[in-house]
Write a protein that binds this ligand. Structure first.
Ligand SMILES: NC(=O)c1ccc[n+]([C@@H]2O[C@H](COP(=O)([O-])OP(=O)(O)OC[C@H]3O[C@@H](n4cnc5c(N)ncnc54)[C@H](OP(=O)(O)O)[C@@H]3O)[C@@H](O)[C@H]2O)c1
Length: 299
């Protein structure tokens, strides 16, 4: 069955490879990007390579919750339902802490709050699908987060880009688990939500950010090894896209929700700092931050 699929951050890296493969399978693919010219170029490239003309784009800077809201509104205006939402966009930023226009630490804004809001706004559209699926890109590096300070979810005390990134990806897993439970409690049987990690993939990821000299060096060496060494074939964006393509399309995951996946298999996420209270606290924080952007959204 041909699906309608929205992929955030699909103008480069893993998101672009995911969009290419799903377009190749004949699905309707909506490429999200933040740069209009780049998105236009990528859509043209995918259409030419696959022959699929049902590939279009939407633009939004995911550092802004207003822009996320507008992205959802535009999607809803142009489509009668959504089958698959892939919250792929994400980044590791700089050691120097920066906040978004909404006053949110930027790693949290992009990696946690933007997908959280987009999902809330698009669930009604996913419910119109016979098999709605939400896929949230996390990372194996959630295991390296250290203990989260649940009284500091705007990460005011953190001065490490890598730690903020790892925490954000831990929270993505917790929010995924929580969303899965809520959908079940609400009796929504036709929408599932899962988190995934792609492996270590050679993309633009982390290349321009300032994470401190040591971490910057580790990234550069890792990229070189993965680009030219024996790991090369394992580290392509196409390899990184495989699990999300599986989660988007495989009948084997029908009805499966709330899990963390890697290499197209369920994996055990870190439970080191997990508690139901902590999960609830992160969820409540996200809900409180996005609330003003939920109330006046057009469904
Ligand atoms: N690469 C890895 O080894 C790895 C490992 C674990 C998890 N991940 C996760 O995989 C996902 C994809 O990463 P990638 O490696 O493919 O990175 P990438 O090559 O840097 O691509 C990131 C995508 O997100 C978009 N994006 C970034 N910031 C944005 C913003 N503020 N607003 C809107 N779009 C924005 C980028 O747009 P532009 O094209 O305009 O830059 C691009 O399309 C991320 O969530 C990342 O955390 C990656």
């Amino acid at each position: 069955m041909k699906k309608t699929i929205l992929i955030t951050g699909a103008t480069d890296g893993i998101g672009k490879a995911t969009a290419m493969a799903l377009a190749q399978q004949g699905h309707q693919v909506i490429v999200h990007g933040r740069n209009r010219e780049k998105a236009q170029r990528v859509v043209a490239e995918i259409r030419t390579a696959t022959g699929n003309q049902q590939v279009t784009f939407l633009i939004a800077d995911l550092f802004s919750l207003r822009a996320v809201q507008q992205l959802a509104a535009q999607f809803l205006a142009e489509n009668d339902h959504l089958d698959v939402l892939i919250n792929n966009a994400g980044a590791v930023l700089n050691n120097h802490r920066a906040v978004s226009v909404d006053g949110i630490e930027k790693t949290m804004a992009l990696n946690v709050l933007a997908p959280f809001l987009l999902t809330q706004l698009l669930i009604p559209s996913l419910e119109k699908s016979s098999d709605g699926r939400i896929i949230n890109m996390s990372s194996a590096s959630h295991r390296a987060s250290g203990r989260p300070d649940l009284n500091d979810l705007n990460l005011e005390k953190d001065n490490s880009a890598q730690r903020r990134y790892s925490l954000s990806k831990l929270f993505v897993i917790w929010n995924t688990q929580h969303q899965g439970k809520l959908l079940k409690q609400q009796g929504v049987q036709n929408v599932t939500v899962n988190a995934s990690h792609p492996g270590a993939i050679v993309t633009n990821f982390g290349q321009d950010s300032d994470k401190g000299w040591l971490v910057n060096l580790v990234y550069k060496v890792a990229i070189k090894l993965a680009s030219f060494g024996p790991l090369r074939t394992m580290a392509t964006p196409e390899h990184g896209a495989a699990t999300n393509i599986y989660l988007a399309t495989s009948e084997n995951v029908d009805g499966i929700s709330g899990l963390f996946w890697g290499d197209a298999k369920p994996q055990k996420p870190s439970t080191r700092y997990y508690s139901a209270t902590a999960e609830q606290q992160v969820w409540d924080y996200c809900q409180a931050v996005v609330r003003p952007f939920l109330s006046d959204a057009k469904h």
